[in-house]
Write a protein of this length. Structure first.
Length: 112
């Protein structure tokens, strides 16, 4: 059974099935930004792998393409795509990234 530590929340969760980081987080009331419904379109569910990189599934070609598009480093994965191997022996530590949106009003120049 894999143990996953969400470092920011200081919460360790065990899993005995292959599950995405996004599903594991949401099933345990850990907030993770996710806008596209886990359809691999937006990268808003990205997270940091802090420990246990080998516990994750390999990125698909589509995930690699999206990660490369935004020039993310190797320790960033998409929560909707990265599945945890339940047979991993050791601790997996992840850091959630919550996007805060700028709530300031945008001024549009209407002069031509």
């Amino acid at each position: 059974m894999a143990k996953v530590l969400f470092s920011k929340e200081n919460l360790t969760i065990e899993t005995d099935e292959p599950i995405s980081v996004l599903s594991l987080a949401l099933n345990n009331n850990i907030p993770v930004t996710h806008r596209c419904g886990a359809e691999l379109k937006c990268s808003s569910c990205k997270f940091r792998i802090l420990e246990g990189k080998e516990a994750f599934s390999n990125p698909s070609t589509a995930e690699e393409r999206l990660l490369k598009k935004y020039d993310y480093p190797d320790f960033i994965r998409l929560g909707c795509q990265a599945k945890i191997d339940p047979n991993y022996e050791g601790l997996v530590e992840v850091g959630t990234i919550i996007k805060t949106h700028n709530k300031q009003k945008r001024v549009v120049n209407t002069k031509k």
